[in-house]
Design a protein around this ligand. Structure first.
Ligand SMILES: [Zn+2]
Length: 275
């Protein structure tokens, strides 16, 4: 009994090595033992199935950077947040801003982190490596320079910055995607970012949020003043998921259903872009 267990263990050990190295050789000890043969065949089948499943994940080997806009401590750290930084493309501006909020006090930084977390789960389930600018709302910043650097350092295949807009003009609502303008200094990411931006715009319509009726053209708006885009060396866009100062948009954006739907729409666009 003990001897037989040892043989099965040997068979397992030899198969583990074989599946890691990609070779089909097996231990002569295991293959010469009749009791171990059925176990060997079963494990080979299971091992092959697992291997095929992993290689078919749509984002295997891809890196995605998620930037949840703003932070919970920004308002209380105005000196740090207002320090001027080089935002690229000849623009000097504040390190970050505190972001907007709905009329009933739901903060943009809370919304952006909720969507970012939902998105991270979906991307990782699809096989992606995810890097994030922040994972909670307890601190301030980081500056827009650092927000771009996270995606750059990770050599991300795509980077997304998640926001909600704050426009007080009556009747203004809807989402829009901010893409790097064609005259920006980092021209190498313009075409790919615009291609992703169009995919994201199309995908985001599934959330029920309409395209913006006050900014951009059919939901797309080129920008040359955003450090997060100007300083990015990898394809990147921002999305303003809605207008938090509009009661209809704000109501949607506070719902868990919309936040999950927004994450799913971004995830779908990323899968399409990287496939
Ligand atoms: Zn914002």
């Amino acid at each position: 009994m003990h001897f037989r267990s040892a043989l099965v263990f040997l068979a397992l050990a030899s198969l583990t090595v074989a599946s890691c190295s990609g070779t089909s050789s097996t231990s002569s000890d295991a293959s010469s033992t009749t009791e171990a043969t059925p176990t060997t065949e079963l494990l080979t089948t299971e091992s092959s199935t697992t291997s095929i499943t992993l290689s078919r994940l749509p984002l295997s080997g891809k890196v995605v950077a998620i930037d949840a806009g703003h932070n919970g401590g920004n308002a209380a750290h105005s000196a740090e947040i207002n320090q001027l930084v080089d935002a690229g493309n000849g623009v000097i501006k504040a390190c970050d801003t505190s972001g907007t909020a709905s009329n009933d006090g739901y903060a943009e930084y809370e919304f952006t982190l909720s969507v970012a977390k939902d998105l991270q789960v979906l991307l990782q389930a699809a096989g992606a490596t995810v890097v994030t600018v922040r994972s909670d709302s307890s601190g301030w910043g980081p500056c827009i320079t650092q927000r771009a650097k996270v995606g750059n350092d990770a050599h991300a295949d795509i980077a997304i910055s998640i926001h909600g807009d704050g426009n007080d003009s009556p009747g203004t609502r809807g989402f829009h995607v901010l893409v790097p303008q064609s005259t920006t200094a980092n021209s190498t990411i313009v075409a790919s970012s615009n291609r992703f931006g169009a995919l994201l715009r199309d995908s985001f319509l599934t959330t029920g949020m309409p395209v913006s009726n006050y900014l951009g053209t059919n939901g797309i708006m080129p920008r040359g003043d955003l450090g997060g885009l100007n300083l990015s060396t990898v394809p990147k866009v921002f999305i303003e998921c809605g207008n938090m100062r509009n009661a209809t948009d704000a109501s949607m954006m506070q719902s868990v259903e919309f936040q999950q739907s927004a994450a799913a729409a971004i995830d779908a666009a990323i899968v399409k872009f990287l496939s």
